[in-house]
Structures are given as C-alpha cells and as structure tokens.
Design a protein around this ligand. Structure first.
Ligand code: ATP
Ligand code: MG
Length: 190
C-alpha cells in the first residue's frame, strides 16, 4: 500500500517576474558540475546566444569531448589553460600567473557585453587559493552587462559567490567509480 499521497493543495504562488540574466553556481564534491554547465551551454546555443567558456584548470584529459564539440560544432569561444593540475606542477607561481591571464580574459568576455553566457569553469579553485581576487570576481559579476548570464563551477564555492548567485546547486557525492579505482571514461567523464 502506498504510504504517500499526492498533494491536494496547490502550492502558494509567489509573484513571478522575469530577469534579464541569472548567476548560477555548481559546487560540491559529486560529479556533474561542469557537465551541467555544458548542458546550459547547449541551451544557450539553441537560442543563438554567444557563449564563452573559460576553463581555469585543465583536467588531466586533454582534448575533452566537450571542448571539441563546443569549439568546432557549436561556435563557442573556448579558452582553456594549457597546464596540468597544480599538484603536478613544478612551478606554482607560473600557474598563478596563468590563472590571472584566464581571469583577465574572463573579465573581457563579461564586460564586453558580447556574450549572453559566460561559463567560469573551475574558477572556485584559483579564487580559494588567492590567485584571483574573489572581491573582483564578485564586483565583475554584479556589474555585468544585464543580458550576460554567468555559470560558476568548482568545489567549495566561496560564500561570496553563493551570496550573489540566483541558483546554487551542490552536487553531493553518493558514490563515484573513481573511489573503486575506475579511471575517467571517455564519453562519460570527458
Ligand atoms: P563533470 O565534468 O563530469 O561534470 P565535475 O565538474 O563535477 O565533473 P570535477 O571536480 O571538475 O567534477 O572533476 C573532473 C573530473 O573528475 C571528471 O572526470 C569527473 O568525472 C571526475 N570527478 C567528479 N567528481 C568526482 C569525485 N567525487 N571523485 C572522483 N572523481 C570525480
Ligand atoms: Mg568540473
């Protein structure tokens, strides 16, 4: 026998309004932060929006499927750091400088007003490491052209980013293949 019954009362309706753009944060330890951002990219491209993706960390898997499709098939302006993860790096200060170049590029993309979507993929890491200024990022996002939507991804989103976002999702890790020694899979993970 069913223990739950469908709700009978219509939920209280809030006053609805439209906004010219939104800020999204995808954070948490589970899988799905970047891939969900790329789902939004597809929706944006479908609406003929100009889209920029800036990747602040390069995953171990060079030449990801999403990069190839977004660049070659979808006409997305894709900017990726050509460096490994910081813990593989010999020269941290160089990574820091590269993150700052990525941020300079991201700022241009946002302030140009040419993009209706700008994805700041994995930007929480350089922000948390103090490589780029959280305050500057926050003021750039708040002062963005009104039609520019922003998606921020990465673990441990700083409170300041959560504060300015309209929608924040925490991907909770229930289980991950990696924890059983299964390596990242082409077509699924990259
Ligand atoms: P995806 O790009 O698949 O949406 P993500 O952006 O949420 O993942 P990242 O932290 O950017 O996750 O991780 C990049 C890579 O690590 C991806 O290949 C992803 O599948 C994998 N990954 C994600 N979450 C975990 C986890 N909890 N443990 C181990 N590996 C993970
Ligand atoms: Mg990611």
């Amino acid at each position: 026998m069913a223990t739950e019954v469908p709700p009978k009362k219509t939920p209280e309706q809030k006053e609805r309004r439209r906004v010219p753009s939104l800020v999204l944060v995808h954070t948490g330890n589970g899988k799905g932060k970047s891939s969900s951002a790329f789902g939004v990219v597809i929706r944006s491209v479908a609406r003929s929006w100009n889209v920029a993706v800036i990747q602040f960390l390069k995953s171990g898997n060079w030449n990801t499927g999403e990069e190839r499709v977004c660049r070659e098939k979808l006409g997305v302006d894709w900017w990726a750091i050509g460096e490994g993860f910081s813990w593989e790096s010999e020269d941290l200060s160089k990574d820091e400088a590269v993150a700052q170049v990525a941020w300079a590029h991201a700022k241009n993309c946002i302030s140009s007003g040419e993009y209706q979507l700008v994805v700041l993929d994995e930007v929480t890491y350089p922000a948390n490491w103090g490589w780029i200024s959280k305050e500057e990022l926050v003021s750039e996002v708040i002062g963005r052209p009104k039609q520019t939507n922003i998606v921020i991804t990465g673990r441990d989103a700083p409170a300041e980013f959560v504060e300015i976002a309209d929608t924040v999702t925490e991907m909770r890790n229930v289980k991950h293949a990696y924890e059983r020694g299964i390596v990242a899979k082409k077509g699924i993970d990259y």
